[in-house]
Write a protein that binds this ligand. Structure first.
Ligand code: ATP
Length: 239
């Protein structure tokens, strides 16, 4: 329905064997929002993003995409419904070229990749210059651009980003965040962003949630969360 949020997560529980990685997570992302999920190592951030795509599958709870229940759908159907994920560690195909990697991102959709390619190259001119280069020989920042670009190739309604700044020099990380902001502002793309780089991520986000060992403990606007002493102490190095 028109009133339903882009993404609504209700009481999601995900296990690895006997380990409960998500202990009843509820959150929502409205259309056109950037929402950041921050949390320490092992809090369950990656598990949440992966559970939204059905792998690993949540044991209970619900995931609604614009009101449609996608909780039990196979991953490829979730992607077809407009959810794209840029995974942690930038799992690009190292032996394939930049261009081949990008084309792969459009394949699940079966549409003509040309218009999306143009958008991705406009957003990341560096990828345009390096179309013929193998993914594995790109710099860390370029690989991250490629991972995001590949996710964009499926024309997502909702982009899930797992630690896009991980391992990048500060200047490159800022460029990646600027690109995410530009996508959101120019196209209204809805983004759920997982980050340990809480400072920049909360500055970028309209709203944020804090995940602590599988539970949401706090939420608010990016500015509200940045101002909270407990966030500063735990995630911003006291600064
Ligand atoms: P990081 O930033 O370190 O990736 P995270 O917040 O993304 O952390 P997850 O990777 O989601 O956290 O891990 C959540 C919990 O689930 C951790 O305790 C982790 O050890 C556990 N876990 C993650 N993947 C598996 C797996 N494949 N098998 C068993 N346990 C797992």
């Amino acid at each position: 329905t028109a009133a339903a949020p882009m993404l609504e997560v209700q009481d999601l529980r995900t296990f690895y064997g006997a380990v409960e990685a998500l202990k009843g997570v509820s959150l929502h992302v409205d259309r056109g929002e950037i929402v950041t999920l921050i949390g320490a190592n092992g809090a369950g951030k990656s598990t949440l993003l992966m559970s939204l795509c059905g792998d690993p599958r949540a044991r209970s709870g619900r995931v609604l995409l614009e009101g449609e229940d996608i909780t039990a759908m196979p991953t490829h159907q979730i992607i077809r419904r407009g959810v794209a994920q840029s995974p942690e560690g930038r799992r690009i195909f190292p032996r394939m070229t930049v261009l081949e990697n990008l084309i792969m991102g459009a394949q699940a959709m079966g549409h003509d990749p040309a218009p999306e390619l143009e958008r991705v190259f406009a957003l990341f001119p560096r990828l345009n210059e390096r179309q013929a280069q193998r993914g594995g020989t790109l710099s860390g920042g370029e690989q991250q651009m490629l991972a995001i670009g590949r996710a964009l190739m499926s024309k997502p309604r909702l982009l899930l980003l797992d630690e896009p700044s991980l391992g990048l020099a500060p200047l490159i990380a800022r460029q990646i965040f600027a690109a995410i902001k530009a996508l959101n502002e120019s196209e209204g793309l809805t983004v759920l962003l997982v980050e340990q780089n809480a400072n920049q991520a909360l500055r970028l986000a309209h709203r944020g949630y804090v995940l602590v060992t599988g539970r949401i403990t706090m939420s608010g606007t990016g500015a509200e969360l940045l101002a909270r002493p407990e966030i500063r102490d735990a995630y911003l190095g006291g600064g």
